[in-house]
Every structure is written in C-alpha cells, then in structure tokens.
Design a protein around this ligand. Structure first.
Ligand code: PLP
Length: 442
C-alpha cells in the first residue's frame, strides 16, 4: 500500500498535478471491496450499485476470481501472441459454445472490441470483392473513445473536437425502423447497435424493431453488429442480451463484465464473417493475455456453475417491482426502464441526476448520473434481494424527504452557475456536492 492509499487529499492533489483531467471524480477514493460493498480511504462502507460501470460482475474480492488471477500471475502474466495461449483457446471455446459465434478475437477494452468489429465488417466485404464500407449506427449510441468508435457513436459531442472524423458512418434514430431502412444503400456494410443504450439513459431497443433490423440485414446481405460491451455476460438476465430478442447477430462485442474487473474485450463472429480477417490484418500486444484469459474463464465458469443468471432475474424482478411502486407514489420519477440489472431511473425537472447521485452517496450508495435527469444502476450480478431492497429503501427515504421540502435536489436553472447550484443543494440538504448535473465520464 502506498502512502496515497489512505490519503484522499494527497490522492486528489497528485491526480490534479499528474493525471490528464478528463474525468470529474466524486470526492472519494476506494481502497477495498467485498461483495457488493466498497470501502473508502476513511473506512466508510458503500453499497456499489454501479459495479465499476457494469464491470464487477462477481462483486468485489470474489475468492475464486482472486485465486484464478493470483495463480495465473504467479505462473505467467504475459506472453505474446507469437505463441499459443491455453487460456485463450479455452475462453474462445466457452464463448462460442455459449453464443451464436464460431470465432473470437480478444482485445483489452470495449472500444478495442468495437474497433475490431468495424474493421472486420469492412474486411469481410473487401475480401468478397464488394465495395461496401458504410456502417449505420444509432443516434445517442455509445461505442467507445477511439477514433473509429467515436465515429460509430451517434453523439456529436464525443466527436466534434477531434475532426476530421473517420468517414463511412451514418446515424439514424434508435427504434425507428423506417429511418434505418431508408438509410441503407449499396455501400452499407453493417448496422451497429446496442440492444440497451446504456450511456444515453438506459433505453432498451424494441423487440419488433430488432426483429425487423435482423430481417433487413439478412435480406440485403448486411452484417448486424451488436455491441454487448455493457449488456453482455449476464447483465440482462441472459448470458447475452440478444437472446432476449430471439435473434442472433453476425458480430458481437463484449468487454466490461467478462473479466470481472480485469481489462478484457472480445469480438465474436460467425465462421463466414471471420473471413474478414486474414493473418496480419488485426492484432493486439495484450489482447488474449494469460492473466485476462484466466479472469474471463473464471467469470464464465462462476456465472454458469452458480446459476448467477437466475439471481439476476430474481433480483431484477424485486428492483423493478419496488421502483415501480416508488414511481406510483412519487410522480417525480417519470420512468423506470432497463433489463436485468441494467436499470435507469428518470426524474422530472425538480430532481437532477447529479443531486440524486449525491443524495444516495451521502447515504452510502453508489450510482451513476446520466445527463440531467437519469440515474443508472448496474450492480454486481451477485447482489442479493435483501441488498437490492436496501437500495430501494434508501431511494424511498430520499424521495420522501424531497417531497416534504421540494426543490431540495434541484436541477440547474439556465442562469445559475454550477457553484451556485452546489451551494444551494448543500444549504437545502446538508449534502456536500462535488459535481452537479455531470454526465458520467467513462
Ligand atoms: N460500448 C458500449 C455499449 C459501452 O457502454 C462502452 C463503455 O461504456 C463502450 C463500448 C466502450 O468500452 P470501453 O470503455 O471499455 O472502451
């Protein structure tokens, strides 16, 4: 443990002085986790309802995962892709057995998995001798932060400072099949979608829409890329979210939950589509490394052996029931949506997402704020029903006190500065606000 590990103020100072300031962290640092709980540098306990943004699928300090990573680290952390890697062969086999896929490429993050998917789609048509390169994705989607994946992301705010952007991408409204159909032309190589748009407020795709998209892609020979970086590996109650839609994609990407916290990414496809990469066309120094593979194998084994998918369904049912009851009681909740353990709770203009996040934080619960009005939860998949109820109870308490004294958790008025809003919330609630109305930065 370094001297920073127990010292939040020093950590903040070093962060400010030495880290590029691309995040806006809350006023806290954690140095220990157990199950669904995290402990901060002062030893305070928090229920982690965001799970490292859908990453800590088995919770914190999972014994088997720790042992698998420790054993692998002791034996061999890294050896290059010049050689066969037993753990990589094993994880690829398991993923293919569990999914539609025949082949896997391993990367280190969601963005990298999506880069592989984009390249693969273009390579597939190149080797077929067809001039198809364009990828159609959805407005308000999120596919990552690399040059290729910001081009795929249907939100201009992620792209505009980094122009010229990678060409060959087009955006249509999510869940609008007619728009998508009209956007297809002879250059279209792929349609790239999330089944639940996580980063723009947890918006699930309509079942009919996805069925139509699949049919259209098949008819026109277009590849369907499903980005399951956030929804994959049990998050929605099925191993992969596409199973909820009774379709199968041509390419699927995974990351977050697959390593249980160890960085990993994966791009999966059918044998036919795998023709899009020949030897030397794609690669990664770290992708498929023994350490990440040990983690991925352990996560999949536990999800299967411990019937964790069943737990996701049961706990999800409890949370949705309780949130629906809260919505009926407190009209400030305007929407509760999502799937499995990826849930968005949207509020009207009297409650800001940043303020609600802070109010929950002050009660020892961690969530993320998306945009001005939605909080997102994506807890570890091993969360118990009792733990989930504790969260709903805390939310109910906040809503109850908010009802008594409206405007406690007020959204930003157009003329107010962030500092004024922070002061106002602190005055009203006694809660110190470290950030207001921010979009979580991933
Ligand atoms: N795709 C989706 C759907 C995501 O939610 C994210 C991250 O939030 C990404 C891609 C990018 O993943 P990473 O941050 O691991 O590069």
């Amino acid at each position: 443990m370094s001297s920073l590990d127990k010292d939040l103020e020093l950590t903040k100072k070093y962060d400010k002085d030495y880290c590029m300031q691309v995040f806006a962290p809350m006023n806290v640092a954690f140095n220990k986790g157990k199950g669904v709980y995290l402990y901060d540098t002062d030893g305070r306990k928090y229920m982690d309802m965001i799970g490292g943004i859908a990453v800590n699928s088995l919770g914190h300090g999972n014994k088997e995962l720790v042992r698998a990573v420790q054993n692998q680290a002791a034996n061999l952390i890294h050896c290059s892709n010049y050689y066969y890697i037993p753990g990589r062969s094993e994880l690829a086999f398991k993923l293919c057995r569990l999914s539609f896929a025949d082949k896997v490429f391993f990367a280190n993050s969601g963005a990298e998995a999506n880069e592989a998917a984009i390249k693969l789609a273009r390579g597939y048509f190149y080797y077929k001798g067809e001039n198809r390169y364009e990828i159609i994705s959805a407005n308000m989607s999120f596919h990552g932060r690399t040059m290729g994946t910001i081009a795929a992301t249907g939100q201009e705010k992620f792209r505009k400072a980094f122009a010229p952007n990678v060409p060959g991408f087009k955006y249509v409204d999510f869940n609008d099949f007619e728009q998508l159909k009209d956007a297809v032309n002879e250059s279209t190589a792929a349609v790239m979608l999330e089944l639940v748009q996580g980063e723009s407020g947890v918006h699930p795709a309509d079942k009919e829409y996805i069925k139509n998209v699949r049919r259209l892609c098949t008819e026109k020979g277009i590849l369907l890329i499903i980005d399951e970086v956030q929804t994959g590996v049990g998050r929605t109650g099925r191993m992969f979210c596409y199973e909820n839609y009774n379709i199968s994609p041509d390419i699927m990407t995974l990351a977050k939950g697959l390593g249980g916290g160890v960085p990993i990414g994966a791009c999966l496809c059918t044998n036919k589509v795998a023709e899009g990469f020949k030897v030397g066309d794609h690669g990664s120094t770290f992708g498929g490394n023994p350490l990440a593979m040990a983690a991925g194998n352990c996560v999949l084994d536990q999800i299967m052996d411990k019937d964790i998918l069943h737990n996701v369904g049961a706990v999800s049912g409890v949370i949705f029931d309780q949130l629906q009851a809260l919505k009926d009681k407190y009209p400030v909740i305007t929407s509760v949506r999502g799937m499995g353990l990826l849930i968005g709770i949207e509020f009207d203009g009297t409650v800001s997402s940043g303020g609600m996040k802070e109010a929950l934080f002050s009660k020892g619960f961690l969530v993320s704020a998306i945009g001005k009005s939605t909080i997102r939860i994506a807890p570890p998949l091993i969360i118990s029903q009792a733990e989930a109820k504790k969260f709903c109870k805390a939310l109910a308490e906040i809503l109850k006190s908010q009802k008594k004294r409206p405007l406690q958790i007020t959204a930003a008025g157009p003329s107010e500065s962030k500092e004024q809003i922070k002061e106002e919330i602190t005055k009203e609630t006694g809660i110190t606000i470290s950030a207001v109305d921010e979009n979580e930065l991933e």
